[in-house]
Design a protein around this ligand. Structure first.
Ligand SMILES: Cc1cc2nc3c(=O)[nH]c(=O)nc-3n(C[C@H](O)[C@H](O)[C@H](O)COP(=O)(O)OP(=O)(O)OC[C@H]3O[C@@H](n4cnc5c(N)ncnc54)[C@H](O)[C@@H]3O)c2cc1C
Length: 488
């Protein structure tokens, strides 16, 4: 039923009715006897003097009825429905743009360029064949102008999001400081106070909730300063305008071994170390008598024990520690990560090193492409990938299900194609992947480490210190401790 309505709503209703009936403009033209150009103009709102007979033939072809209402009468339900449809259509369009933007960002440069070139050709055709209004065409031209990165940014971030992020950030610059100590301030508070509501809502909160698998209110902010630096106002404005004049983050550049993967790093220490025993699990420590028992039956006596195993595992094995310490260590929490390693039979599925995924529609929070670090990390003609999904330590998902989820997600992101063949898949569950910086950790950890040290046990490294640090930090800690122990 078409009512007395504003012109824009009329155009919208005609277009919606045609879509609902799965008719192309050409098919409707044939069915109604109205030219396709007129239909296109009507639908885009650029036809300004449409005859009632034209409208009537179109409505007939679409099975719509025209009714007139006295001036002033308000067909409330239909109006509301039309508005709601328009809103849904706008949201759908935004979602489509965001997906396309994600594809442009994640696809190889050559492919992304080709997608944008095809889109520009479509706009050229609209103009040539006068299929859309000049306003619509110039808006699309503006969206598709410039290099691919800019197109992706423009499509991916609607102006309202950019505005929300900018205004939110600016508000943080004038807000009075909370005065809380980092370990008393939740990570969520830190995000809001440092980056503002827009960044919180559109990236930081969804990404971090996906990574940490807990509410960000439960986490403290004493670890974030080096990992998530606060940008300057200039950096934020430049980002919003698409101006790239510097690299961001804690690792914008990195070194990687050309051969042998990252094991080249620990292997480089081997010539200086003697008597290494591999594959031997420490099962018990008698910290009073300074004796360590291994699963293979060996017992080693020590003056000083240096351990890099996770603190809760170490404390569990030190059976003679005070109950309060053992209990405190049991309360330390972490999040686990499924590391899904894939080999796919297509070269360079992406030209990126790694990509973060904040959106809920992707089960993973990060995917990386090792062959872009070093071509030796895969077979010629193939691509290697690692995909990371974090999970609560006691939640188990079968490997086949994980691979299927990852495949579907990578296809949605435009990284995999439907017919891509996965030639190898390997799923590793990293039980201790990211330690949770919660209030319990802040309270309990110093006492646990001090108790161990008083018994000659030095617990170091990422999981030994129960912290969020990198390989180079682990190496530096080992070096520092060796220097200290030698000096004794
Ligand atoms: C998903 C993920 C991605 C990462 N990406 C990066 C990155 O890009 N760059 C970077 O610098 N860092 C990265 N890291 C961090 C990096 O892996 C750690 O900082 C580093 O491995 C810490 O070294 P470590 O020697 O302290 O501990 P680990 O490498 O964990 O070594 C501890 C050792 O203790 C052994 N162990 C445990 N229990 C026992 C037992 N009972 N008996 C005997 N041995 C035992 C373990 O088998 C292990 O070999 C990442 C970590 C994760 C989880």
């Amino acid at each position: 039923m078409l009512y007395h309505m504003r012109y824009r709503e009329l155009c919208f209703q005609l277009r919606t009715a045609r879509h609902e009936r799965a008719l192309s403009q050409a098919a409707l033209a044939t069915r109604s006897g109205i030219s396709r150009v007129t239909i296109a103009r009507l639908e885009t709102g650029s036809a300004h003097d449409t005859r009632m007979s034209t409208l009537s033939r179109l409505c007939d072809a679409l099975g719509l009825e025209i009714a007139t209402l006295p001036a002033g009468a308000r067909p409330a339900l239909e109006m509301l429905l039309a508005r709601e449809r328009e809103r849904v259509r706008r949201l759908d369009r935004r979602l489509g743009h965001a997906v396309l933007a994600a594809r442009l960002v994640t696809a190889r440069r050559k492919r992304a360029n080709a997608v944008v070139a095809r889109a520009r050709a479509v706009v050229d055709r609209w103009e040539r064949e006068r299929l859309c209004s000049s306003h619509y065409i110039s808006r699309w031209r503006a969206l598709l102008a410039g290099p691919v990165d800019r197109v992706a940014r423009t499509l991916g971030l609607p102006p309202e999001v950019v505005r929300e992020c900018l205004l939110g950030f600016v508000a943080t610059l004038t807000a009075p400081p909370s005065g809380l100590k980092p370990e008393d301030r939740s990570f969520k508070q830190w995000i809001l106070e440092s980056l503002g509501e827009g960044f919180a809502r559109h990236f930081m909160v969804p990404f971090n909730e996906k990574l940490w698998q807990v509410s960000l209110e439960e986490l403290t902010s004493d670890w974030v300063s080096w990992l998530v630096p606060k940008p300057s106002l200039k950096d934020v404005v430049n980002g919003a305008l698409g101006i790239k004049d510097k690299a961001f983050g804690y690792n914008p550049s990195f070194l990687y071994p050309a051969q042998g993967g990252i094991s080249a790093l620990p292997n480089a220490f081997l010539p200086g170390v003697k008597d290494i025993v591999y594959g031997s699990e420490l099962v018990e420590v008698d910290s009073g008598r300074r004796r360590a028992v291994f699963q293979d039956g060996r017992t080693e006596c020590y003056d000083t024990l240096v351990s890099t195993m996770p603190v809760p595992e170490l404390v569990r094995r030190c059976t003679d520690l005070p109950p309060a310490i053992r209990e405190a260590a049991e309360g330390l929490r972490c999040v686990s990560v499924y590391n899904i390693n894939l080999g796919v039979a297509r070269e360079r599925v992406s030209d990126k090193h790694w990509i973060y995924f904040p959106e809920h529609e992707y089960p993973f929070y990060r995917a990386g492409f090792p062959m872009n670090f070093s071509p030796a990390l895969g077979r010629p003609g193939c691509s290697s990938l690692y995909v990371e999904i974090s999970h609560q330590p006691d939640v188990v998902t079968p490997p086949a299900e994980l691979v299927a989820q990852v495949r579907a997600g990578l296809e949605r992101a435009g990284i995999f194609r439907r017919n891509d063949e996965i030639v190898v898949a390997d799923v590793k569950d990293i039980r201790y992947a990211y330690v949770l910086f919660d209030r319990h950790r802040a309270r309990a950890l110093p006492a646990i480490l001090a108790e161990l040290e008083s018994r000659g046990i030095h617990s170091i490294g990422r999981y030994g210190r129960w912290e969020h640090t990198s390989m180079e930090d682990a190496i530096a800690q080992g070096r520092q401790l060796a220097g200290k122990l030698r000096a004794v």
